[in-house]
Design a protein around this ligand. Structure first.
Ligand code: GDP
Length: 692
């Protein structure tokens, strides 16, 4: 019957999702009244359920935009808070609690908030209506309430009672109408009483003659008239029904009918007065429908205007470039996979080999330091920098068991290092680091959700392959744990490489010394400290046990730095010594391996690396290259729901703005289309009326 209102309510809810501007406000019925005037009771009688916050204290602190949706073919009655996403709530006491919480969330300092709560109630028993419940006017500010509360409520109500809204002014019959705050407020904005409906509650509390005379008030005549109601829930019902269950409208109207029919002289239909909640509902529907119809043209213009603005923004800012969350994700994913492909082209066996060799070079250096270079270092004295062990090394007796054992032990430390695990870790870490780097350069950089999904995709595959790969590698290098044959060519290459490694190490040590120099405050200062530390070591000077101030006039930090520098310069001297040994003719011959452990260990590590690389490539790298893009498809493609895709795209503020404009435009177009439907509806109706 009230098809227009239904359509308009539908349009309104679409507009709400667009984040409508004020220009798009469709007319509503605004409910005002003093506290305890019976405002809540009237609204609940219309809805048929108790759902509004109750309590002696003022509990309504925010406007409630109440949309009633008639669902003739459904049995269920439920409420929804579209902004909260709580789903359909069938328990009305739950709705009541939610409303109370939302109201109480407004801080006391703010008194009231003009941010409306949106609530939609769907039921076969409600009419299609759009109502706005406002905080009740208060007469006297309570002792625990802020003084400005009264004014703030009045201001909030004033905001809402502007045209094109219809005002439902609630007054209680037992209070003189001249004192009704609601009527006084509406009279100010609607002096000729054209869009105000007067509701007089508590008709049962005054005698019927007086009640009847109130409804024909002449002081503030209303075109839409006054309606008298008895909308209190009869006490029996409250006892009978559990709170929040069951529809109360029939109980209310039975109670109400009983009262009005007990006074036929004043309230029978023949008497011509409007009474009863049912009458009120009908009136509300009619009035809203008419008001909606009247504002149709203005609303349509406003929507047109909004649409034009959205279209313009889309053109100017986004060059009419279409975009959807899905297409954005698909493009981002393609881009990422492409960059991964590029990465794999530059990350193959040679790169893995190089990385591994570097890692093992480091391990070999550590081994050398521990097994061969340790002696002079523990002594920490430059005087001993050419110690017997090192200086003797190149001249050592080739038959000496001591040097044989030393090299065997070192070689075995290297081959039993757990190459499988070390190598797999190095490669897996490198892959993961590169994936992270690719993410950082991709569109996904601004998307925490996708970042995580990609990182997890990579680590998932790597973790899954880790143990089998590392076991495979370990198995394959096993023979080297027993015997290592070296060819001349290998020796020559090892000699060259080992020299390079030592040279690099030497540079690093020299850099470190310069660094200490800088920290300490110059070459000279450092030389002084080092000199002191050295003399102390030889026992020439005494170092006090005053740890805090140090000794020799040097602070303890300075002394630590001095020791560090001394260690480094010992190490540098030693490296130079070994470099010249490696370059000596003696080390050119692989048979002298006991005197040139640096070269021999380099050859061994190269062999280990070559074998490891073969298996790492098959077991880890190729597998990863194959699986990773597929895993990405699962985690960021097919595996995502529409909502997740949407949420993903909106993580980026630019994309969000772009999507918003498109959505706004589409929704406004949809709304306009619906408006055309409404217009057709209106004109057929008018034609039919004219024909009658
Ligand atoms: P609000 O503060 O304006 O929302 O008023 P309420 O709807 O909470 O009503 C205030 C009090 O008046 C409650 O105790 C209601 O039970 C009572 N009341 C409401 N309507 C009627 C009515 O029509 N008749 C009678 N006797 N009491 C009513």
């Amino acid at each position: 019957m009230m098809a227009l209102t239904k359509k308009m309510i539908e349009i309104r809810s679409i507009l709400q999702t667009v984040g409508q501007s004020n220009a798009l406000n469709l007319p509503s019925i605004v409910v005002i009244g003093s506290q305890s005037s019976g405002k809540s009771s009237v609204l609940e009688a219309i809805v048929g359920h108790e759902f509004l916050p109750k309590g002696s204290n003022m509990v309504t602190r925010r406007p409630i935009e109440l949309t009633l949706v008639n669902t003739p073919d459904a049995r269920a009655e439920y409420g929804e808070f579209p902004a909260l996403g709580l789903g359909k709530i069938t328990d009305f006491s739950h709705i009541q609690r939610t409303l109370t919480e939302l109201n109480l969330a407004v801080p006391d300092s703010q008194c009231v908030s003009d941010d409306p709560i949106q609530l939609t109630i769907s039921s076969p028993h409600v009419p299609d209506l759009s109502l706005i419940d406002l905080p009740g006017y208060i007469q006297v500010v309570g002792h625990d309430q802020p003084v400005e509360l009264k004014q703030k409520i009045a201001d909030l109500c004033d905001k809402y009672i502007q045209p094109p809204n219809v005002i439902l002014a609630i007054s209680a019959a037992d209070v003189d109408l001249a004192n009704s705050t609601a009527l006084r407020a509406s009279r100010r904005v609607d002096p000729r009483g054209e869009r105000t409906i007067g509701v007089v509650t508590k008709m049962d509390l005054v005698d019927s003659t007086r009640g009847a005379s109130i409804l024909t008030d002449r002081k503030y005549p209303l075109r839409l008239g006054y309606v008298g109601v008895v909308s209190r829930v009869p006490p029996v019902t409250t006892g009978l029904f559990k709170k929040g269950s069951g529809n109360i409208s029939s109980a209310i109207s039975r109670n109400e009918n009983a009262f009005f029919s007990a006074h036929p002289l004043e309230f029978s239909p023949e008497a011509g007065l409007s009474v009863g909640t049912t009458t009120l509902r009908k009136k509300l529907m009619q009035v809203l429908e008419q008001t909606m119809a009247a504002s149709l043209a203005t609303t349509r213009d406003a929507i047109h205007q909004e649409l034009e603005e959205a279209t313009y923004e889309f053109k100017v800012q986004y060059n009419d470039r279409p975009l959807s969350a899905e297409s954005y994700l698909a493009e981002s994913l393609d881009g990422f996979k492409h960059s991964f492909k590029e990465f794999t082209d530059t990350f193959g066996r040679p790169q893995v080999r190089e990385m591994l060799k570097e890692e093992l070079d480091q391990r070999v250096l550590d081994l050398l330091a521990a097994k061969y270079w340790n002696k002079p270092i523990t002594n920490l004295s430059p005087a001993l920098v050419e110690p017997e062990s090192l200086a003797d090394l190149p001249r050592a007796d080739s038959g000496s068991l001591y040097w044989h054992r030393k090299l065997d032990a070192s070689t075995s430390s290297l081959t039993k290092l757990g190459i499988g695990r070390v190598a797999t870790t190095v490669v897996a870490n490198a892959i993961q680091a590169n994936v992270d780097h690719l993410i950082g350069r991709s569109t996904f950089a601004t998307h925490p959700f996708a970042r995580q999904a990609i990182t997890e995709a990579a680590s998932g595959i790597l973790n899954e392959r880790f143990y089998s790969t590392s076991d495979q590698v370990e198995n394959c290098i096993k023979p080297y744990k027993f015997e290592i044959d070296v060819e001349d060519g290998e020796w020559a290459r090892g000699r060259e490489h080992a020299a390079g490694v030592l040279k690099n190490e030497l540079h690093a040590v020299e850099d470190a010394v310069r660094n200490v120099e800088k920290v300490v405050g110059g070459k000279r200062k450092l030389r002084d400290v080092m000199g002191f530390v050295e003399r102390a070591r030889k026992g020439e000077v005494m170092v006090g046990d005053d740890g805090a101030t140090g000794a020799g006039g040097f602070s303890s930090e300075l002394l630590t730095k001095g020791k560090e520098a001394l260690f480094l310069s010992d190490r540098a001297t030693l490296l130079r010594l070994r470099l010249s040994a490696i370059k000596s003719p003696q080390c050119a011959n692989k048979n002298n391996k006991y005197f040139c452990p640096e070269i021999f260990l380099d050859v061994v590590s190269t062999k280990l690396v070559s074998t490891a690389v073969l298996f790492l490539n098959v077991e880890l790298l190729s597998e990863f290259v194959y699986q990773f893009p597929r895993e990405l498809d699962v985690r960021l493609g097919r595996g995502l729901s529409r909502e997740e895709v949407e949420r993903f795209a909106r993580e980026d503020s630019r994309i969000k703005a772009h999507l918003d404009v498109i959505r706004r435009k589409e929704l406004l177009e949809l709304v306009l289309e619906k408006m055309e439907g409404v217009r057709d509806l209106e004109s057929t109706k008018r034609e039919r009326e004219r024909a009658r």
